[in-house]
Design a protein around this ligand. Structure first.
Ligand code: KDG
Ligand code: MG
Length: 407
């Protein structure tokens, strides 16, 4: 079987959201697909792939996943960074897909086989009010989900994180807004209101259900420590992104004060972004995504490293990652001995399903991973042509006096 790479195609499409997809075609006809989407900066990564990465891959043996990974990481000189790493990630996923198809095995078999029956997920309940949020959580419980992330608008701050005020979900395409939408933030208002959400959730649902919360990097370490202590009675599975951690030491401060489990990692690109917090056991879950942290090859490395320090993986699963990323993470998740939980907001919508096809299914809060050779996802290039790129920005956040804050 001739697995020499003969074509590398980079396709930016917008079937409901913008996605950057890589398709690597080999002489044998076997091809693989990968996700390189960097939400809000899609064209940067597409150009990088097209102009700088694709020419280096033509003529290479698609079986040499590790050498190609090292070539694109060390060989670039400018190591790390979200654009570079998303490009490596997509190439890596596509090569694992090819290897699986060539071996006639699903990717999880190549990683070491299944460690569990399925991949457990947590879902989102997001609302304008506490009751609205809890009604949504109740509906999700009715669908068999038992791990639910709760986010509610902060009273007095229309459109604060979780919602966008006009009821447009912040996950939706924002292309009707020429510039990033701006949302208000007040730590005092948030801290004064957040406990009610979790105390009412425990009153309503009891202790069987697992609850999670994403702070989206809005707090300082000592504020996050206070929040962790405040939420201890409500027994969260984890508190996510309490603090932006360019300075990993911030998590030591939080850890010193609270037993609420901590998670972080969706914006990390390499193990270097989280090495200290993992090896010092300041966090409990590492949330790196296959698309942003170097593909299956590097997610596996991060998982293996984390396993030595009681840290489990809980990969990012927002809808701005395509289902190719989701499938890649599902293969890693069903294998990784230290898998924790997978974020899940659905397998896309009606439109995206015309472009990306897969046979994953979900039952009782658990994903059944595809047994098809490779990743088990396909990308319909013809269908994608009907959905051209549509510029869309993530929101930004400002304090009430106008100071720019973390969103
Ligand atoms: O593109 C940014 C989103 O993926 C992010 O805001 C979603 O925080 C997020 C999450 O936990 O899913
Ligand atoms: Mg998050």
């Amino acid at each position: 079987m001739n697995l020499t790479i003969k074509d590398v195609r980079v396709i930016v499409s917008c079937p409901g959201r913008n996605f950057v997809t890589v398709k690597i075609v080999t002489e044998s006809g076997i091809y693989g697909v990968g996700d390189a989407t960097v939400n809000g900066r899609e064209m940067a990564v597409a150009t990088y792939l097209q102009e700088h990465v694709a020419p280096c891959l033509i003529g290479r043996n698609a079986h040499e996943i590790e050498d190609i990974w090292q070539y694109l990481y060390k060989g670039v000189y400018w190591r790390k960074g979200p654009i570079n790493m998303a490009s490596i990630s997509a190439v890596d996923m596509a090569l694992w897909d090819i290897k699986g198809k060539a071996a006639d095995l699903p990717v999880y078999e190549l990683l070491g086989g299944k460690s569990r029956r399925g991949v457990s997920v947590y879902v989102h309940a997001t609302g304008e009010t506490v009751d609205d949020t809890l009604d949504r959580a109740e509906a999700l419980r009715g669908q068999g989900f038992s791990a639910i992330r709760l986010q509610t608008s902060v009273p007095g701050l229309a459109g604060s994180y979780g919602t966008l005020g006009d009821k447009k979900d912040y996950f939706e395409l924002q292309s009707d807004r020429p510039l990033p939408p701006e949302t208000p933030w007040s730590t005092r208002k948030y801290m004064n209101s957040i406990e009610e959400l979790f105390s009412k959730a425990r009153d309503r649902f009891g202790t069987d259900i697992q609850l999670l919360h994403d702070v989206h990097s809005r707090l300082t370490p000592i504020e996050a420590a206070r929040l962790g202590k405040m939420l201890e009675p409500y027994d969260l599975l984890f508190l996510e992104d309490a603090v932006a951690a360019e300075n990993q030491d911030s998590y030591r401060i939080i850890r010193d004060h609270t037993t609420t489990p901590l998670a972080i990692g969706e914006i990390y690109n390499t193990i270097w972004d989280c090495k200290e917090m993992i090896q010092n056991q300041w966090i409990d879950y590492i949330r790196c995504a296959a698309t942003h942290a170097g593909g299956i090859t590097n997610l596996r490395r991060i998982a293996d490293f984390a396993a030595h320090f009681h840290v489990r993986i809980a990969p990012h699963g927002a809808p701005d990652l395509s289902v190719i990323c989701f499938a890649a993470q599902a293969h890693v998740g069903i294998w990784a001995p230290n898998f924790g939980i997978q974020e899940f907001v659905g397998f896309g919508n009606e439109t995206s399903n015309l472009v990306f096809s897969h046979d994953m299914s979900i039952e009782n809060g658990m994903i059944h991973v595809s047994d098809r050779p490779g990743l088990g996802v396909d990308f319909n290039e013809e269908a994608a042509k009907d959905y051209p790129y549509n510029r869309s920005y993530l929101p930004v956040s400002r304090l009430e006096d106008g100071t720019l804050w973390s969103w």
